[in-house]
Design a protein around this ligand. Structure first.
Ligand code: ADP
Ligand code: MG
Length: 256
């Protein structure tokens, strides 16, 4: 059972969109769990559910040892969400100020998932846009990490830093962690800057033995807005939009 985290230290680069759309693409054949670890709670929002109205979240699972099965929300056939909301923003403070009760702060997610994970074919983890206690838990539990990359003027520098940080984390905390690959997002192929930065990125990945997916996720503001209105990820609508195709292509590459 693959446990795939979608992680990087940036916001607005499609972490949540990739997580939820991959789930949408997988659910026809597989039973999928999405673990939302970001206090913005956008995974539920993507499925039209208000995260502020849920009783139990990942926070209660991690901090109070609640059975994660009790917090699950079924959002679609074959897709369950272990939700997050603003409570997650207290996790770091609560845990780090009470090391007696939380002696192994990076391993909390891994431990709490033991009873639940065997029910699923895939576990996808959406993560916050920074490197802290939450990300440490995500990268300690995942067996692979998908890194979204938005090509912009200075973005290569920061991509290299995050890839190195993940590599270091792997060596210190989770030897089974594998960088599944880098996927370019919000790409406008007509923009020269984008194609130049994408080329740089492909070269860097090739030289450093890191996979970069052929598939890129195109920028498509109008379609993204119309999907938000449908209250479900694009891959669960019956649209033939190129953006939907991109997510199915990405999944195909992942499953190769
Ligand atoms: P993150 O989780 O990394 O912060 P999101 O997945 O929430 O990023 O996406 C950021 C914003 O971009 C959201 O408002 C989303 O609706 C919008 N968006 C999603 N897909 C696209 C796309 N293909 N093109 C343009 N905007 C998009
Ligand atoms: Mg997000």
């Amino acid at each position: 059972m693959p446990i795939i985290a979608v992680s990087t230290n940036k916001g607005g680069v499609l972490k949540t969109s990739i997580t939820t759309n991959l789930a949408g693409a997988l659910c026809e054949k597989h039973k999928v769990l999405i673990i939302d670890t970001d206090n913005q709670g956008n995974v539920l929002v993507s499925f039209g559910v208000n995260p502020d109205n849920v009783e139990l979240t990942l926070y209660d699972v991690l901090v109070d040892g609640i059975d994660p099965a009790k917090a699950l929300i079924n959002v679609h056939s074959n897709i369950d969400v272990l939700p997050a909301n603003d409570d997650m923003s207290f996790l770091e403070f609560d845990v780090l100020s009470d090391r007696e009760n939380y002696p192994d702060p990076f391993r909390m997610l891994e431990k709490s998932m033991q009873t639940l994970e065997s029910r699923y074919d895939y576990i996808l983890i959406d993560s916050p846009p920074n490197l802290g206690l939450v990300q440490g838990n995500v990268l300690s539990y995942a067996d692979s990490v998908l890194v979204p990359f938005q090509p912009e003027g200075y973005s290569m520098r920061s991509l290299i830093k995050i890839l190195n940080a993940i590599q270091n984390f792997k060596e210190k905390h989770n030897p089974k962690l594998n960088i599944l690959g880098v996927v370019a997002t919000l790409v406008d192929q007509r923009t020269t800057l984008h194609s130049e930065v994408l080329q740089q990125c492909r070269r860097y990945c090739l030289e450093n033995d890191i996979r970069m997916f052929e598939t890129v996720i195109p920028r498509s503001v109008r379609f993204a807005a119309s999907v938000a209105y449908e209250r479900k990820p694009a891959t669960l609508t019956d649209s033939k939009n190129p953006l939907v195709q991109a997510y199915f292509d990405l999944l195909k590459e992942i499953e190769e």
